[in-house]
Ligand binder design. Structure first.
Ligand SMILES: *[C@@H]1O[C@H](CO)[C@@H](O)[C@H](O)[C@H]1NC(C)=O
Ligand SMILES: *[C@@H]1O[C@H](CO)[C@@H](O)[C@H](O)[C@H]1NC(C)=O
Ligand SMILES: *[C@@H]1O[C@H](CO)[C@@H](O)[C@H](O)[C@H]1NC(C)=O
Ligand SMILES: *[C@@H]1O[C@H](CO)[C@@H](O)[C@H](O)[C@H]1NC(C)=O
Ligand SMILES: *[C@@H]1O[C@H](CO)[C@@H](O)[C@H](O)[C@H]1NC(C)=O
Ligand SMILES: *[C@@H]1O[C@H](CO)[C@@H](O)[C@H](O)[C@H]1NC(C)=O
Ligand SMILES: *[C@@H]1O[C@H](CO)[C@@H](O)[C@H](O)[C@H]1NC(C)=O
Ligand SMILES: *[C@@H]1O[C@H](CO)[C@@H](O)[C@H](O)[C@H]1NC(C)=O
Ligand SMILES: *[C@@H]1O[C@H](CO)[C@@H](O)[C@H](O)[C@H]1NC(C)=O
Ligand SMILES: *[C@@H]1O[C@H](CO)[C@@H](O)[C@H](O)[C@H]1NC(C)=O
Ligand SMILES: *[C@@H]1O[C@H](CO)[C@@H](O)[C@H](O)[C@H]1NC(C)=O
Ligand SMILES: *[C@@H]1O[C@H](CO)[C@@H](O)[C@H](O)[C@H]1NC(C)=O
Length: 785
């Protein structure tokens, strides 16, 4: 307790400014007549930290030292938390001009030091306390005990005193006043007034009263405990023998020395035994802070609690009572303490209703109480922002800086672009700060826990708080982690006329996956190689996949339309395992296309140079005349057939195997053959040998990859039919398509070619009828084997 107080003193002492003028500024000085004392309060900002007082009377000037104050009824205290120095002077203090115990005139000098020079301010005030003096008045001041009794007393109903104890008075041979102290049961030898004064006791006689004052801890007083409460008692008996009359005045002051205790419930408790003055009954209590006395009931309305336990009166002051002072302190941790300047008055009466008024001035201080500031996590997941509330910050503590994962952001925070700090002030004299840090802030640490498929956002905050005005620093640490389950990235896809567009908005943790097309990692090189249009910035990845580029699959091919499907795979970079995929299927139209499936099937939409004769598609066939189109319209036909049928020929090369067929017109109106040239429509699928299985061991086609398809439109002169050379005019080709992923059906992995413009020449198809021999022919190029 004392520690907290003196620490506070030391801390605050260093910060007060000294004023620099000799006129007392407005509001810097207050003088007030209280019921039982006169008070001067001066602002420390005006007086500096070490003001001095002198008591002035007609004769002289008396510096009020600590010792002199206790002896003469002055009490000076520097109240750092209040920012004042306070002098309280008893109405019976040594150098006060007392007229009839009714008008009291005080004269003081206040001496302050400015720039090494003393400046003296003469202060005076006259007080006439309105409260009449009780027959007996006891004051337990901070530094002394004072008792005054009315010197004229109407004779009480009887005396119960032990006359034996007063023997020395009886046997006294001098008329001079002497004093005799009693300690507990022990009677001390009498001493004359001059000895008593030397020992620091003051006896005084005013118009109507006898006054006795002593500092605490004199050898003639004694300390005891009443009901467990420490009490100091001084019991002096003044006597004078005047012939056969012995005058005796009994002067007793008993003061509770209880320093106060702090209850966890938040109350500062002060105790006073009921039996301080045996034989008297308490009639009335009043108390309050900073010299303001209020009656018990009023105080109780304000939250004070008065209880009697074990013949002890307990007064409980709420820690946040008005008029209390609190201060924050840092000693490794953040603490606070409270100081209360308690005034207390008790009226006691004896059986003749003679009043004793007992007054206390006590300063109570709580011990250092831990003052936890706290952080609350107020994450709003949708905002993707850490919102941290730092609360319970006392009024004399400010946020100086914030360290986020060691990175400093110093106050003021008004324009911190990424982190936002707002202050929240509460009516109970605490405040808080709201810190907002977006998840994508560089200070936020990301950690991926693969097994659990969760991502952890971690924020380690070191709040740097400072206690003002001393600038003691305190660091409050908070570490916040938020885990969210994460899913592999998924693209948005939209169809366009010419292809499919994919879009991926980047997330900070997308690096945890890799993106591939088939088995190939998507890179800008891959995109360039396959003709994808890729753009990638910090926000998003855009991938435009034009129709007929590598990676498409085609389905439900009709002459009107077909469906193209493109798939983007998301893989675990370590295991290459596919974690998710985005598949988009779009309807397209094209004049021509060819697909060579992995199960040995060719599907072709071909645009023929001549209108289909008589609109009868049956007249258009492959090499085998029984193989007609599945569909046909004005000039376009759709064929779909296995390689091992329809008269296809196989050409086996060193690396590739090719299957070829051709589209013919049969039963042509000869008139149409008049043209001197014809156009041949050859269709071809080529597969790399390495990717083929069981081509020769079983009569079954199975390829790892779709084939490379071509529709070859050639024009050649009629006579040129015999010529071994064929000039290709336009060759519509496909590219190698993606490898068939394991587990997907082998059927229907098409390849296609981009729509092409080509020269259309009238042709006579039946000139090729000689080739129509039914079953496939195998032409092995011996030179290449
Ligand atoms: C008391 O102080 C006032 C100024 O506050 C001054 O005018 C007056 O002369 C003083 N009286 C005495 C007796 O010093
Ligand atoms: C007081 O008592 C002391 C010793 O007991 C003595 O020396 C002194 O003279 C006395 N003073 C008076 C004023 O009687
Ligand atoms: C109550 O008072 C008695 C003596 O009167 C004392 O022995 C006892 O310890 C006290 N109890 C408390 C709790 O102070
Ligand atoms: C803070 O931001 C406001 C408006 O955004 C601007 O006017 C002001 O100058 C900024 N203050 C500092 C210190 O950057
Ligand atoms: C900080 O937050 C407050 C309240 O949410 C908002 O009004 C203010 O614009 C924010 N400032 C910055 C710099 O983001
Ligand atoms: C002060 O008020 C705030 C808001 O009402 C509350 O959260 C906080 O606990 C209070 N603090 C104290 C010390 O009473
Ligand atoms: C908090 O920040 C202060 C100032 O940088 C530093 O001295 C202190 O060690 C930090 N505390 C912790 C636990 O990191
Ligand atoms: C796209 O850019 C981001 C960085 O902006 C990078 O992490 C990512 O690997 C890039 N993706 C591709 C496919 O190039
Ligand atoms: C393809 O045709 C089949 C059978 O007619 C149908 O079930 C399927 O939905 C079609 N696919 C598309 C992409 O339209
Ligand atoms: C096999 O086909 C591929 C693709 O058309 C081609 O690049 C390669 O030259 C062919 N190899 C042979 C020997 O014909
Ligand atoms: C062949 O065409 C000529 C002129 O174009 C025409 O006169 C003749 O009748 C046609 N022959 C047949 C069999 O259609
Ligand atoms: C082929 O017929 C065209 C007109 O259709 C003609 O110009 C050309 O000379 C003919 N060529 C031959 C070799 O008959």
């Amino acid at each position: 307790m004392a520690f907290g107080f003196s620490l506070g003193v030391a801390l605050i002492l260093s910060v007060w400014l000294t004023a620099n003028c000799t006129v007392i500024p407005d509001g810097a000085l207050h003088m007030r007549c209280h019921d039982r004392y006169f008070m001067i309060a001066a602002e420390l900002s005006f007086t500096g930290v070490k003001p001095r007082f002198e008591a002035v009377d007609k004769a002289d000037v008396f510096p009020i030292t600590e010792q002199y104050a206790a002896k003469c009824g002055y009490s000076v205290s520097v109240l750092l938390l209040r920012g004042q120095v306070e002098l309280r002077a008893s109405y019976f203090s040594c150098h006060t001009d007392n007229k009839d115990d009714e008008v009291f005139t005080f004269n003081f000098n206040l001496i302050t030091t400015h720039e090494g020079k003393d400046v003296t301010y003469a202060l005076n005030k006259t007080c006439s306390p309105s409260l009449p003096w009780s027959p007996r008045e006891v004051t337990c001041e901070a530094n002394y005990m004072e008792v005054s009794v009315r010197s004229e007393v109407t004779c009480p109903s009887g005396t119960k005193d032990d006359w034996n104890a007063l023997k020395p008075a009886h046997s006294s041979i001098t008329s001079d006043w002497q004093v005799m102290f009693q300690r507990a049961e022990e009677q001390l030898p009498p001493m004359n007034m001059s000895i008593a004064r030397k020992q620091g006791y003051v006896f005084d006689v005013t118009d109507g009263r006898v006054v006795f004052r002593t500092r605490y801890g004199q050898p003639d007083s004694f300390n005891t405990k009443m009901n467990g409460v420490p009490v100091e008692v001084v019991h002096a008996t003044l006597f004078s023998r005047q012939s056969w009359i012995v005058l005796m005045i009994d002067l007793v002051a008993a003061c509770s020395m209880y320093e106060g205790s702090y209850e966890d419930s938040g109350y500062m408790v002060w105790e006073i035994p009921e039996v301080l003055y045996p034989g008297l009954d308490s009639t009335q209590l009043s108390f309050g802070l900073n010299g303001e006395l209020v009656e018990q009931a009023v105080a109780e309305d304000k939250g004070y609690i008065v209880e009697k336990h074990n013949a002890t009166v307990e007064i409980s002051i709420p820690h946040d009572a008005d008029g209390g002072y609190r201060k924050s302190v840092v000693i490794d941790k953040l603490y606070e303490f409270y100081i209360f300047h308690l005034s207390f008055e008790q009226i006691l009466v004896d059986e003749d209703r003679l009043e004793t008024r007992v007054r206390f001035q006590r300063t109570l201080a709580t011990p250092l109480l831990p003052r936890p500031v706290f952080t609350e996590n107020q994450i709003v997941l949708e905002e993707r922002t850490f919102t941290v509330y730092l609360g319970g910050v006392p009024a004399d503590v400010e946020l100086a800086a914030i360290y986020l994962n060691g990175q400093e952001c110093t106050a003021p925070f008004t324009n911190a672009s990424r982190h936002n700090v707002t202050q929240v002030v509460h009516p109970n004299n605490t405040h808080g700060y709201i810190l907002k840090v977006p998840f994508d802030d560089p200070a936020v640490q990301l950690q991926f826990y693969k097994e659990a498929a969760v991502l952890e956002y971690g924020l380690y905050i070191n709040f740097s708080l400072t206690v003002v005005p001393e600038n003691m620093f305190y660091y409050h640490l908070a570490s916040i982690a938020l885990t969210t389950s994460v899913s592999p990235p998924a693209f948005d896809a939209v169809c366009s006329e010419s292809g499919i567009s994919f879009k991926l908005d980047h997330r900070p943790y997308d690096y945890l996956w890799e993106i591939s097309i088939g088995s190939d990692l998507l890179t800008s090189e891959l995109a360039a190689q396959h003709g994808y249009i890729m753009s990638n910035d910090s926000q998003s990845l855009l991938l435009d996949v034009p129709l007929f580029t590598h990676g498409y699959e085609y389905k439900n091919i009709t002459l009107e339309e077909f469906f193209g499907t493109f798939e983007i795979l998301v893989r675990d970079p370590e295991t290459s395992e596919v974690q998710s995929s985005t598949v988009k299927t779009c309807p397209f139209t094209a004049t021509e296309l060819i697909m060579c499936s992995t199960d040995g099937r060719m599907t072709v939409v071909a645009d023929l140079p001549l209108a289909i004769p008589d609109g009868d598609p049956a007249r258009i066939t492959l090499i085998a005349p029984y193989c007609g189109p599945k569909e046909a319209d004005g000039t376009r036909v759709l064929f779909s057939f296995p390689f091992n049928s329809c008269g296809s020929t196989v050409k086996l090369g060193r690396e590739n195997v090719s299957y070829e067929n051709e589209i013919f017109y049969s039963h042509l109106n000869m008139n149409e053959t008049l043209s001197n040239t014809t156009e041949r429509v050859k269709i071809q699928c080529t597969y790399p040998l390495a990717g083929l299985h069981r081509l020769f061991s079983a009569y079954k086609f199975e390829s790892d990859t779709v084939g490379f398809g071509k529709i070859i439109h050639t024009t050649e002169p009629l006579s040129g039919l015999q010529s071994p050379t064929i000039r290709p005019t336009v060759a519509l080709t496909t590219t190698w398509a993606a490898k068939r992923p394991a587990g997907t059906p082998a059927a229907f992995q098409p390849a296609a070619h981009p729509p092409a413009r080509y020269v259309r020449v009238s042709s006579i198809r039946n000139l090729f009828s000689g080739l129509r021999k039914g079953a496939s022919q195998v032409k092995v190029d011996a030179a290449q084997l």
